[in-house]
Write a protein that binds this ligand. Structure first.
Ligand SMILES: [Zn+2]
Ligand SMILES: [Zn+2]
Length: 287
């Protein structure tokens, strides 16, 4: 099975991507959560353009992808799960959960470190929130992600199947929880005990700093609850909240591809990142 997965990694992932994309896109048409504020053609054209660019770039830089790294680690006997032989049924879910935790940590890190927040701003500057937002990342952040994934795989030694499973789940969940879709409130509450729902991740795309620095999870909702970064709902409500980053509202900069690519090199780093504020004015401190 490993050889099959390794040989068909790109096709498997593309197949799931297109299938899940179609389902969520249809769901957005049938039961939208919010009215979009910017032309969909403009946003989709550029967001999907960025995804295509990233896909080509990753193929050129890392042709064997994360799955290839897992196979290599297995060959070399690298990583905890190659060292301690766990049963397959246990190793696969364990590896998926650990990879999800690392992605969560990485997400907190790109918010905290000013230079990395510059890259991650590309994801947050989208003026609307829909399934294409879920795949909208600056190429440098995509490369950073891949290197962190490689390092994790070398230390963890996950089964090849777990890595492809994780990639498919992460990709599918990102489209689902960035979906501009309506879910019955009760279902949302139940699902949230296990996974990140669209309403949960939408809080993270609010233009309010404290709301943006909440709900870093992509798949499992546990990490935010466990580590104290969970926020239930946006203060202004899902229909009233503003999506994006304060001060970054010009579509040439935040919707068009050249603007997206140059965004990390523009402007100031805003309050979202660790900013070592000076509490000179006691009246303003402590918020
Ligand atoms: Zn973020
Ligand atoms: Zn997001």
């Amino acid at each position: 099975m490993d050889a099959f997965v390794q040989a068909h990694e790109a096709v498997i992932r593309l197949g799931f991507f297109l299938g899940i994309f179609a389902v969520v896109a249809l769901w957005e048409v049938l039961a939208p959560r919010r009215a979009l504020t910017v032309s969909r053609a403009l946003r989709w054209g550029n967001n999907i353009g960025l995804v295509a660019l990233n896909t080509v770039l990753l193929r050129l830089l890392f042709p064997a992808a994360a799955v290839g790294m897992a196979a290599f680690a297995a060959e070399q006997g690298w990583g905890l799960l190659n060292y301690y032989q766990l049963p397959f049924w246990l190793a696969v879910p364990l590896a998926v959960i650990v990879l999800d935790f690392v992605i969560w940590l990485q997400h907190v890190m790109v918010h905290a470190i000013p230079a990395l927040w510059r890259l991650h701003r590309v994801h947050h500057a989208d003026l609307d929130y829909d399934l294409t937002t879920g795949a909208r990342f600056h190429p440098l952040e995509i490369i950073l992600s891949m290197l962190i994934k490689f390092a994790t795989i070398m230390v963890l030694g996950p089964p090849v199947v777990a890595v492809i499973l994780f990639e498919v789940i992460l990709n599918g969940m990102a489209m689902f929880n960035h979906g501009n879709v309506r879910l019955p409130a009760r279902l949302d509450r139940v699902l949230r005990w296990l996974v990140v729902t669209p309403d949960m991740h939408r809080v993270h795309h609010s233009w309010e700093d404290d709301e943006t620095n909440s709900n870093f999870g992509f798949n499992l909702s546990w990490w935010d609850r466990l580590f104290g970064t969970y926020r239930d709902q946006p203060r202004a409500g899902h229909e009233g909240m503003t999506i994006g980053i304060r001060g970054y509202r010009d579509t040439r900069q935040v919707s068009w591809l050249p603007g997206l690519l140059s965004l990390p090199f523009k402007g100031h780093v805003s309050d979202y990142a660790i900013n070592r504020r000076q509490w000179a004015d006691p009246a303003k401190g402590g918020d």
